[in-house]
Design a protein around this ligand. Structure first.
Ligand code: ADP
Ligand code: MG
Ligand code: MG
Length: 199
């Protein structure tokens, strides 16, 4: 079973990964975006870390809901509302239980990813974060590491894709040949989850 502390650690490790990789995320967002993905997420996850430190959120659902709400209110770019929705919806699915099973988390994340697809109107193949998130949740039944690997492979698979959503879609054919920054950060989040689950 996974308690609130597990989810706090996930957010802390995710924040550290975003901090470490912020420059790379911004570089990826430069040819096919507006070069702010790293700084957007750095601002967002720094705020998530502070919000969690200041709050006594004591259930998995409360931790993820607070994290999601914080991302929505601090990140101006498309990724803020999208990742915010992912975490908020996942948290809502987990309810108020003090501990949740891996199976409950798998189902909740599946619903969270569905909410991202609904909000952004994107599907796998559109060269977005969903190209990492969708294969990852499909592998969660295997293991957290398998899900993280699927996200990583999904992010790499965005390179030859033509962007159909978000800023990158304005470039049309010129979006081909670049890895999507949001799919790359999604792989970081799943990697952080696997790290925390294996610790
Ligand atoms: P912005 O594009 O507003 O500057 P970011 O740079 O922070 O925001 O985030 C860009 C990322 O958001 C993209 O790489 C893509 O993965 C993701 N994204 C953009 N639009 C959508 C959408 N409609 N659905 C899913 N993901 C999206
Ligand atoms: Mg951007
Ligand atoms: Mg922007």
């Amino acid at each position: 079973m996974r308690d609130a502390q597990f989810f706090r650690r996930w957010m802390t490790v995710a924040a550290a990964a975003v901090e470490r990789e912020a420059d790379r995320l911004t570089e990826l967002d430069s040819p096919i975006g507006d070069a702010d993905h790293g700084s957007n997420l750095l601002r967002g996850f720094t705020a998530v870390r502070a919000a969690l430190e200041a709050d006594s959120a004591a259930s998995p659902g409360a931790v993820l809901t607070l994290a999601g709400r914080t991302l929505i209110s601090t990140v101006g770019g498309a990724s803020g509302p999208l990742y915010g929705t992912l975490l908020r919806r996942t948290g809502k699915e987990l309810g108020e239980a003090a501990e949740v099973s891996d199976d409950a988390l798998r189902k909740a994340l599946y619903a969270g990813v569905g909410a991202v697809a609904q909000l952004g109107g994107a599907a796998p193949g559109d060269k977005t974060m969903l190209d990492a998130l969708v294969p990852a949740v499909a592998e969660l039944g295997t293991s957290y590491r398998a899900a993280a690997d699927a996200a990583e492979n999904g992010a790499r698979a965005t390179v030859p894709m033509l962007a159909r959503k978000g800023r990158a879609s304005y470039l049309g054919e010129r979006s081909i040949g670049h890895q999507d920054p949001g799919a790359t950060s999604a792989a970081l989040l799943l990697g952080a989850l696997a790290d925390v689950a294996e610790a």
